[in-house]
Every structure is written in structure tokens, then in C-alpha cells.
Design a protein around this ligand. Structure first.
Ligand SMILES: *[C@@H]1O[C@H](CO)[C@@H](O)[C@H](O)[C@H]1NC(C)=O
Ligand SMILES: *[C@@H]1O[C@H](CO)[C@@H](O)[C@H](O)[C@H]1NC(C)=O
Ligand SMILES: *[C@@H]1O[C@H](CO)[C@@H](O)[C@H](O)[C@H]1NC(C)=O
Ligand SMILES: *[C@@H]1O[C@H](CO)[C@@H](O)[C@H](O)[C@H]1NC(C)=O
Ligand SMILES: *[C@@H]1O[C@H](CO)[C@@H](O)[C@H](O)[C@H]1NC(C)=O
Ligand SMILES: *[C@@H]1O[C@H](CO)[C@@H](O)[C@H](O)[C@H]1NC(C)=O
Ligand SMILES: *[C@@H]1O[C@H](CO)[C@@H](O)[C@H](O)[C@H]1NC(C)=O
Ligand SMILES: *[C@@H]1O[C@H](CO)[C@@H](O)[C@H](O)[C@H]1NC(C)=O
Ligand SMILES: *[C@@H]1O[C@H](CO)[C@@H](O)[C@H](O)[C@H]1NC(C)=O
Ligand SMILES: *[C@@H]1O[C@H](CO)[C@@H](O)[C@H](O)[C@H]1NC(C)=O
Ligand SMILES: *[C@@H]1O[C@H](CO)[C@@H](O)[C@H](O)[C@H]1NC(C)=O
Length: 348
């Protein structure tokens, strides 16, 4: 990839190596869809002391809570989640990004492309045929790259089957668009997600690094879902230290930035407790000392650590807020990422 050499050379500050999990890192960012029930949570992540450098929200437009924050402080990375139209000819993304740069004067420097196009809608994917994605890429990503914006490859499960077809189809379409002059579709970084233990994370990174040598990797969502607290915290410390010291990893985002009671990956992955207070993991992610706050605290009645519909982690801090009961929590757990992605899709 010619593109990658250029991209790697421009990475200077992002290759910084951290030594402690609780420290901050310029690679560290946020995947965040604001929860309208708890708007006060938005400010936690954009706090100047948070150390987070970037965020994405699955859409092309900056989150309204962060609209006034300059890119240099908290970089918004737009995502072209899906094709925009069934045959991929839509250029809504290019139109909006161009308008954002011109009218909103937001200095967009990186964009993410399709989210899990190799997966059906029912699994939360954007369900695109490689040829449709290739057409959408030529119509949107190619002109953005020509403007100097760095573009991420479609985010897929592995670097082979779907991606191979996509790249072949893309080169074919771009070559045609360039009047027959053989032109490869190029890209600047490769996003991937990982759910599972530490060897799942490191082997996914190893697999992409081997298949696409020298292309910087963005781990756009990761975690060890549905585990006990001590297992999750051990994974957190190990994976953050690994991502910080691994040079090919340019950026990462822990999943995630939500309250434990609405987590679809198990409560212990959450960076906020049911009241919106940072958990240990949340505090460590922002470079702070642990809070001792657990994801699902007792409500003071001393029974155990589960919040249920009958026992909804009540208390003064919870006044006026409704929490999901255990049955909704289970739904979220078992629905995987699909609900989040479907919500995002509906808003496109
Ligand atoms: C921002 O960080 C400061 C210092 O850590 C803290 O006192 C303040 O409460 C934080 N604000 C929000 C909204 O999290
Ligand atoms: C994009 O976001 C900005 C800031 O949140 C908002 O003012 C604007 O209306 C949004 N644009 C569109 C087309 O939704
Ligand atoms: C894509 O669909 C649009 C709208 O239906 C149609 O006008 C256009 O010809 C199609 N283009 C291709 C390449 O299939
Ligand atoms: C921006 O995106 C919206 C869909 O979110 C679309 O309706 C609109 O036409 C786009 N604007 C431009 C200038 O392409
Ligand atoms: C946009 O951001 C990039 C990277 O930080 C910087 O090199 C460039 O000068 C900025 N452009 C403008 C117009 O501010
Ligand atoms: C897309 O690429 C695949 C794999 O090379 C190929 O089988 C298919 O024919 C291509 N589609 C088109 C329309 O060229
Ligand atoms: C990590 O998870 C994978 C996949 O579930 C499993 O095969 C492997 O044994 C696990 N490794 C450890 C050290 O637990
Ligand atoms: C977590 O705690 C359980 C039970 O106390 C223990 O068996 C397990 O070894 C611990 N795991 C880690 C990774 O600390
Ligand atoms: C994780 O790291 C934090 C902060 O460095 C530390 O306080 C905590 O004890 C560590 N936990 C585990 C299980 O390694
Ligand atoms: C974390 O705790 C240590 C020791 O108690 C203290 O020296 C340090 O200032 C604290 N760091 C932050 C960011 O609060
Ligand atoms: C927690 O307490 C509730 C209500 O007292 C009970 O139904 C539930 O089984 C308990 N859960 C655990 C894990 O002990």
C-alpha cells in the first residue's frame, strides 16, 4: 500500500508509548452515542482533563454536545456507516463532509467507512455487497482522499474474503472512472473490533497486521464482554498496556462509554455506574485513579450487587431517573451490538 507509507510517516505523535494503564495516551478515544436520558454524561468524556483525543458516533455529523469543541482538542471522526442507497451511488457522505469543512469550518482529517458490511443488518452490520461498497467508496472515499483526508478501510471480520472482493471491484471501478488507467483503491488505516480475551485481541491485530503490512490499525471497539469484574479489569489493564506499546495500533476506543444498566456487553465493561459516576475502568481510561465504584452497586439494602426492576439501585443520586430492570439488561446483553447499530442505522 503506497498510502500506508505516507500515513505512517505522518503518525509521529500517535506512536507515543505509555507505561502505565492509568496514564493517558494520544491513541485513546471514544465510541459514543449520547444517551438522551442522561445528557449530563456527555461532559465527562469531553472534559479537558479526560485526555481523550478523538471520538466517533457511527454517523457523519459531530454530536451536538461536542459541536463547539475544536477538532484540535477532541477530534470528531465521521463514519460513512452504509451505502446511503441500495446500489451505492449515493454521495451524501461526500456532500456532508465537504459542507462540514467549508461551512462548519471543522477541520476533518480522518473518516471511517462502512461498519461491518460483511454482516447482515440483523447482526448489526451494514450488509453491503463488495461491488456496492466499492461504488460507494469510489463516489465518496476517493474524492475525500484526493482532498488529503485519511480514509479507513471498511470495518470487517477478517482481512480476506469480503475485503479481497471489495478491493478488486473497487480497482475495477476506479480504473474505469480514471479512463482505463489502472488505479488501485488506496486507504490509510484499517479499523477492527475485538470482543473476547486478550489472545483474541492480540491475534486479531496480528492477523490484520500480517495481511495488510504497515497499515495503521484502529481498534474501534474492544472489550472482554460478559465477564466478572476481576477478569474484566485484568483484561483492561493488559490490553491497554499492549495497545499503547504496539506501534501499528494508531488509535483505540474501549467499549464503552455508557452506564452499566444499559450495557449490551455486560455491566462490568461499562465506564459509568447506574448513576453516571465513573467506575474504576472509566476512571483509569481517563487517566485518573480508581474510584472503587462498581458497575452494579448494592442500593444500601445490603442484598447483593444486582440491580433489578424491583431493586433498581435506588437512592438519592438516582432521583428522577429510570433505570432498566434486569430483564431489559438481559435483552441488551444478548442482543449484542445489534441494537446500537440498528438505532444508528435508523437515524441515517
Ligand atoms: C472534569 O474534570 C475535573 C478534574 O478531574 C473534575 O473535577 C470535574 O468534575 C470533571 N467534570 C465532568 C463534567 O466530569
Ligand atoms: C450537524 O450537527 C450540528 C451540530 O450538532 C447541527 O447544528 C446540525 O444541524 C447538524 N446537521 C444536520 C444536517 O443534521
Ligand atoms: C442506482 O440507482 C439509481 C436510483 O434507483 C439509478 O438511477 C442508477 O442508475 C443506479 N446506478 C447503478 C450504477 O446501478
Ligand atoms: C447530508 O446527509 C443527509 C442524510 O443524513 C442527506 O439527506 C443530505 O442530502 C446530505 N447533504 C449533502 C449536502 O449531501
Ligand atoms: C487541519 O489539521 C491538520 C492536522 O492536525 C493540520 O495539519 C492542518 O494544518 C489543519 N488545517 C487547518 C485548515 O486548520
Ligand atoms: C467483484 O470481485 C469479485 C472477486 O474478484 C469477482 O468475482 C466479481 O466478478 C467482481 N464483480 C464485478 C462486477 O466485477
Ligand atoms: C481465549 O478465548 C479463546 C476464544 O474463546 C479461547 O479459545 C482461548 O482458550 C482463550 N484463552 C485463554 C488464555 O483463556
Ligand atoms: C477472578 O476471581 C475468581 C474468583 O475469585 C478467581 O477464581 C479468578 O482466578 C480471578 N481471575 C482473575 C483474572 O483475576
Ligand atoms: C489495573 O490498573 C490499575 C491502575 O493502574 C490498578 O490500580 C489496578 O490494581 C489494576 N488491576 C488489575 C486487576 O490488574
Ligand atoms: C493518584 O493517587 C496517587 C497516590 O495516592 C496521588 O499521588 C496522585 O496524585 C493521584 N492521581 C490523580 C490523577 O489524582
Ligand atoms: C440478588 O438479590 C436478588 C433479590 O434479593 C435475588 O433475587 C438474586 O437472586 C440475587 N442475585 C445473586 C447473584 O445473588
Amino acid at each position: 500500500m503506497r498510502a500506508s507509507t505516507v500515513a505512517a510517516a505522518a503518525l509521529g505523535p500517535l506512536l507515543w508509548v505509555s507505561s502505565a494503564a492509568a496514564s493517558q495516551s494520544p491513541k485513546r478515544g471514544l465510541v459514543y452515542t449520547p444517551n438522551e436520558n442522561w445528557p449530563a454524561d456527555d461532559a465527562i468524556w469531553s472534559n479537558k482533563t479526560s485526555g481523550l483525543t478523538w471520538y466517533y458516533n457511527f454517523g457523519w455529523n459531530a454530536s451536538s454536545a461536542y459541536a463547539a469543541i475544536p477538532q484540535s482538542q477532541f477530534e470528531f471522526v465521521p463514519m460513512m456507516w452504509g451505502a446511503g442507497s441500495p446500489n451505492g451511488t449515493d454521495t451524501y457522505f461526500l456532500g456532508n463532509i465537504t459542507a462540514t469543512i467549508k461551512k462548519a469550518e471543522r477541520n476533518i482529517t480522518h473518516v471511517l467507512s462502512f461498519s461491518q458490511p460483511d454482516q447482515p443488518f440483523t447482526n448489526g452490520g451494514s450488509e453491503m455487497k463488495p461491488l456496492v461498497a466499492a461504488r460507494a467508496w469510489v463516489g465518496n472515499a476517493v474524492p475525500l482522499r484526493e482532498m488529503g483526508i485519511k480514509v479507513g478501510l471498511p470495518m470487517v471480520g477478517d482481512p480476506y474474503s469480503w475485503l479481497d472482493q471489495f478491493r478488486k471491484n473497487c480497482t475495477m471501478l476506479l480504473t474505469k472512472a480514471k479512463g482505463g488507467k489502472e488505479t488501485e483503491c488506496e486507504f490509510d488505516f484499517v479499523p477492527l473490533t475485538s470482543y473476547g480475551n486478550f489472545s483474541v485481541l492480540s491475534s486479531r491485530i496480528g492477523m490484520f497486521a500480517a495481511a495488510l503490512p504497515d497499515i495503521p490499525i484502529w481498534v474501534t471497539e474492544f472489550g472482554y464482554n460478559n465477564q466478572e469484574l476481576n477478569v474484566t479489569q485484568t483484561f483492561f489493564n493488559e490490553s491497554i498496556a499492549y495497545l499503547d506499546k504496539t506501534k501499528i495500533v494508531e488509535r483505540y476506543a474501549w467499549f464503552g462509554a455508557f452506564r452499566s444498566v444499559v450495557s449490551n456487553v455486560g455491566p462490568n465493561q461499562a465506564m459509568l455506574d447506574p448513576y453516571g459516576e465513573l467506575t474504576d475502568i472509566g476512571a483509569w481510561y481517563l487517566g485518573e485513579n480508581g474510584t472503587g465504584t462498581v458497575a452494579l452497586p448494592t442500593d444500601g439494602t445490603g442484598s447483593n450487587n444486582s440491580c433489578t426492576a424491583d431493586n433498581p439501585c435506588g437512592g438519592a443520586k438516582n432521583a428522577g431517573e429510570s433505570l432498566m430492570g434486569e430483564s431489559s439488561l438481559m435483552t441488551w446483553r444478548w442482543a449484542g451490538l445489534c441494537l446500537l447499530h440498528l438505532v444508528v442505522m435508523a437515524s441515517l
